[in-house]
Design a protein around this ligand. Structure first.
Ligand SMILES: [Cu+2]
Length: 237
C-alpha cells in the first residue's frame, strides 16, 4: 500500500511542478506561446504515466514468465479507489489546462468588442479558393494583397477566415494559427505576433489538384513599418 501511495504522491508532484515550471522558450506569437505551453504541461503527465505503465508491463512479463498455473485476482478496493482518484485528478488537470488555452482571446476571438494588445486589432480577411488565397484588409480601405499578409508586431491581429468554394484550411505553424476555411462561414482567430520576420502559411485541407500550391506568407514588421506600408497601400488604391 505504501508503494501505491508513494506512486500517487510522486505523480501529483510532477503534475504540480508542470504547472509552476514554464518549459517553453521565447515564442513567435501569443498563440504559439499558449499552445506550446499547454503541450509542455501535458508532457509532464504523459511521460510519467508512460514510464509507469511500461514499467509495470515489463516487470509483470519478466516476473510471471514461467507461471503456468496463475491464481485468480482478488478484489482490492483500496487499489481501485486509488486509480479512480488518480485518473480523475489527471483528467481534471488536462481539462482545466486545455480550457484555459481554448477559451483564451488569442486562440478564439469571441467578443469583437474586447480590445486586444496595442489598441484596436488589425483585421485581416483571408479568403481561400481553388487554388489560392485572397487576403484583404476590410477595416483599412478593403484593399487586397493576394497571398501576402503584412501585420505589425506587439498588436492584436484578427483573422477572418473563409472560403469561396470548398473547405480549405488556414495554417501558419510558427505563429500557432490554424482554422478551417468554410464556404458561407467566417471563422475568427486572433493573435499577437512577438517576432519580426516572414512566416510561411499554407492550406491544410486537401481541396483538389493544386492544393499543394496554396501557399501564403505572413510578414511581421514593426508598428512604424506597418503604418508606412498601410499608407502606401491606401494611396495606391
Ligand atoms: Cu485548399
Amino acid at each position: 500500500m505504501r508503494k501505491t501511495r508513494l506512486g500517487l504522491v510522486s505523480l501529483l508532484t510532477v503534475v504540480v511542478a508542470g504547472f509552476i515550471a514554464d518549459p517553453v522558450a521565447a515564442q513567435a506569437s501569443a498563440s504559439s506561446e499558449l499552445i506550446n505551453g499547454l503541450n509542455g504541461k501535458l508532457l509532464y503527465i504523459a511521460v510519467p504515466i508512460t514510464i509507469l505503465v511500461e514499467g509495470i508491463l515489463i516487470y509483470t512479463v519478466v516476473k510471471f514468465r514461467n507461471n503456468d498455473d496463475p491464481s485468480p485476482t482478488q478484489e482490492n478496493r483500496r487499489l481501485e479507489i486509488t486509480w479512480t482518484i488518480a485518473t480523475a485528478i489527471i483528467l481534471l488537470f488536462v481539462g482545466v489546462a486545455s480550457y484555459g488555452v481554448l477559451a483564451n482571446e488569442n486562440i478564439t476571438a469571441q467578443d469583437p468588442q474586447i480590445e486586444g494588445a496595442g489598441g484596436e486589432p488589425v483585421v485581416v480577411h483571408a479568403e481561400a479558393y481553388q487554388w489560392g488565397w485572397e487576403m484583404s484588409y476590410p477595416e483599412s480601405g478593403n484593399f487586397s494583397t493576394g497571398t501576402e499578409i503584412v501585420i505589425p508586431k506587439d498588436r492584436s491581429v484578427r483573422f477572418q477566415v473563409t472560403s469561396r468554394d470548398v473547405i480549405h484550411g488556414f495554417h501558419v505553424p510558427k505563429l500557432g494559427l490554424k482554422s478551417d476555411a468554410m464556404p458561407g462561414q467566417v471563422n475568427t482567430i486572433q493573435t499577437v505576433a512577438y517576432e519580426e520576420g516572414t512566416y510561411q502559411g499554407y492550406c491544410t485541407e486537401y481541396c483538389g489538384v493544386a492544393h499543394s500550391q496554396m501557399y501564403f506568407t505572413v510578414e511581421v514588421v514593426s508598428q512604424e513599418e506597418y503604418q508606412q506600408w498601410l499608407d502606401e497601400q491606401q494611396s495606391s488604391e
